[in-house]
Design a protein around this ligand. Structure first.
Ligand code: GAR
Length: 215
């Protein structure tokens, strides 16, 4: 068996959520935090879009929000350096990408190795990228789903933490399949964050093991 490369901390965590749109995954995580299912607090909600509905909901809910305007930075590296500063200043333990539609630079990925997770609406490594529900329909797969994974410099390719499967139906449209997948996203994303701060996630090679009890 490969050596352990990472074990998640058992602690009350400080979470940052990055989003660019609707924010339904952010709200699923927030609800799980509110219920006390996740041993963490959301310390920051950050967006690259000023009018992202998720950012507005976070602000209305009394969370700290930050809009970082990409237009004010000349390079992606510079933008992500500003992000690193904001995240470090708040001593964030885990960044949850929740519909954050900006590819992270290697600098940002490396700065928070095993401390950035993402939700993707397909069963990775199938269908990375965008419009993946339509791609799954067009390919003719019988099942699709969603994946929570660690973020590595190679897009959509980090170690897989949790996945959920849904059927693809003959009369599915991009919208109906996306809606069926989203129901599962809202279950497995909070669950992955819960496991993370329960100290129950161990990475060996590129495999993630879910431990019975936290270390
Ligand atoms: C979700 O379906 C998420 O899986 C997807 O964007 C949507 C965001 O919805 N993310 C990606 O495609 C990332 N490659 P939300 O804003 O309601 O959470």
């Amino acid at each position: 068996m490969d050596d352990i490369v990472f074990r998640s901390p058992r602690k009350r965590g400080r979470v940052a959520v990055f989003l660019s749109g609707r924010g339904s995954n952010f709200m699923a995580i927030r609800e799980a935090v509110r219920r006390g299912d996740i041993d963490a607090d959301i310390r920051l909600v950050l967006s690259n879009k000023a009018d992202a509905p998720g950012l507005v909901k976070a602000r209305e809910g009394g969370l700290e929000t930050l809009f970082l305007d990409p237009k004010l930075f000349t390079t992606r590296e510079e933008y992500d350096r500003a992000i690193i500063e904001e995240v470090e200043r708040r001593r964030i333990d885990l960044i949850c990408l929740a519909g954050y539609m900006k590819v992270l630079t290697p600098g940002l990925c490396d700065a928070f190795k095993h401390r950035i997770v993402n939700i993707h609406p397909a069963l990775l490594p199938s269908f990375p990228g965008l419009h993946v529900q339509q791609k799954a329909i067009d390919w003719g797969v019988r099942f699709s789903g969603c994946t929570v994974h660690f973020v590595a410099a190679e897009v959509d390719m980090g170690p897989i933490i949790l996945q959920a499967v849904v059927p693809v139906l003959q009369d599915d449209t991009e919208e109906t399949l996306a809606a069926r997948i989203l129901v599962e996203e809202h279950k497995i994303y909070p669950e992955a964050v819960r496991l993370y701060f329960g100290g129950r996630i161990e990475v060996r090679g590129r495999r993630v093991f879910i431990l019975e009890t936290g270390a």
